[in-house]
Write a protein that binds this ligand. Structure first.
Ligand code: HEM
Length: 425
């Protein structure tokens, strides 16, 4: 058991004063003690930044939900991560995620259907097939890194199917997706965003040169779409909206990068957190074995709450407003810490416990309630559920063999290395 001496399960961080603006803030897992102090003492806190103009941190569940809904006061249209962006950078890098209603709504409507519960449900058999293969191979291999051998494999292979990309290209896409979204971790990129001068790449998504190669790939897809080929969901985004607007080529390339980044690591880290939890709390595996279909859905949600892979999203105030006694000025950055809301005892009973049957579960890992609520939510839930199901079906015991390590990032929280042994039932 690796959890017994932890004050905060799924984290080794006990400091109450972690600098949230630092890319090192989540190196030991989420700084839950810091978030707890902030929720208690200063739930709308002004945070100075090492390299930036500072931001408000919203850490209570109720405030995050309330402010996330208030699309008129808090805009996504000046960037969605803490990083400051000049208007030129913003324009060059924006996707529909960095727009507000009504523009956002129009583009979102083009793709919603393709990612609905019903549409992604069609991939269930294929997800199960891939998952079973991965787990069986992991059992055979003995000692494995569960993040690499299981969690990292599945999400991009599924996304590739949905967006009409050959499965053979997925390893390459995973590598490039990692370079983009893990742009602060030297294990995945030479262009570590807070250590190396990335000025040259400031107009590219995530300030990453990996985007150049992804842009080339996206140009190839654009050609195929224009030649009348069926490229799955990507055909849909190039349709005119009801208002007659069409995504520009640049926006398409950015959208492609967004999918490759968003579809890659968040589900991965929900899976690695699940395997870590199952290894350290063996009774969970037993409970999963006895679960019916509905209970498995609930269990997957609880694991995604537990994992909380996107720590925050940022907004910008469109006007001066007072909130909880603080004056937020027009133009101020306001950061919604979903990871903190997911451990807020005021909203979630015993938040440091995994309760597979938690119902209702007001978790906010997907930004629920806001206009930008995760597009890939049903896909991610389906994948995590199937992984849990197949682990329970095939695996008798999961042993963690050595310490795990976390991604270096204050945006994405996840176990990037997880040495385990899976024993067949
Ligand atoms: C457990 C896995 C996942 C988590 C925790 C997660 C988390 C989130 C969150 C919190 C947002 C809201 C952003 C905001 O409020 O500004 C979001 C948006 C988004 N997610 Fe996910 N995501 C996951 C999986 C996926 C997958 C698999 C895809 C790929 C299809 C995806 C694609 C997107 C896109 C395109 C948006 C932007 C939606 C919009 O602006 O309307 N996500 N995600």
């Amino acid at each position: 058991m690796m959890t017994s001496d932890w004050t905060y399960p799924f984290s080794r961080s006990t400091s109450e004063h972690v600098d949230l603006s630092s890319q090192d803030a989540f190196n030991e897992g989420a700084p839950f003690a810091t978030f707890e102090r902030m929720r208690r003492e200063d739930p709308v806190a002004w945070c100075e930044e090492q390299a930036g103009r500072g931001f408000w941190s919203i850490t209570r569940h109720a405030d995050i939900v309330r402010l996330n809904r208030d699309r008129n006061t808090l805009s996504s249209a000046q960037g969605i991560r803490i990083e400051d962006q000049s208007p030129e950078e913003y324009e060059a890098r924006k996707t529909f995620q960095e727009t507000d209603p009504p523009d956002h709504t129009h583009f979102r409507m083009l793709v919603n259907e393709a990612f609905s519960r019903k549409s992604v449900g069609r991939f269930e058999a294929r997800i199960r097939e891939i998952t079973s293969e991965l787990i069986d191979r992991a059992i055979e291999q003995g000692e494995i890194d569960a993040t690499y051998e299981i969690a990292r494999q599945l999400p991009m292979r599924m996304l590739a199917q949905i967006i009409g990309i050959p499965e053979a290209d997925t390893s390459w896409l995973v590598e490039k997706g990692d370079a983009l979204i893990s742009n602060a971790d030297p294990e995945y990129t030479d262009f570590v965003v807070d250590k190396v001068n990335t000025e040259e790449y400031r107009l590219l998504p995530f300030r990453s040169p990996a985007a150049v190669e992804l842009f080339d790939y996206a140009n190839g897809l654009l050609k195929r779409i224009r030649a009348g080929e069926d490229v799955g969901v990507l055909n849909l985004v190039m349709q005119p909206t009801r208002e007659g607007k069409v995504m520009s080529d640049g926006e398409f390339r950015n959208f492609f990068c967004l999918l490759v980044a968003a579809g890659n690591d968040t589900t991965r880290f929900s899976i690695s957190a699940s395997i870590h939890a199952l290894a350290n709390q063996p009774t969970l595996l037993e409970s999963l074995r006895g679960a019916d279909a509905d209970q498995l859905v609930t269990a997957a949600d609880e694991m995604i709450r537990w994992a909380s892979p996107t720590t925050h999203f940022r907004r910008t105030a469109t006007r001066d407003f007072e909130y909880e006694g603080k004056l937020v000025r027009q133009g101020d950055k306001v950061v919604l810490w979903f990871v903190s809301g997911n451990r807020d005892e005021a909203a979630i009973e015993a938040p440091y416990e995994i309760r597979l049957g938690r119902k209702p579960n007001p978790f906010i890992s997907f930004g629920q309630g806001g206009p930008h609520v995760c597009l890939g939510m049903y896909l991610a839930r389906l994948e995590v559920r199937i992984v849990l199901e197949e682990l329970a079906r095939r695996v008798g015991r999961i042993q963690q063999l050595a310490e795990h390590s976390y991604l270096r990032s204050n945006f994405i929280l996840g176990i990037k290395r997880l040495p385990v042994r899976l024993t067949a039932r």
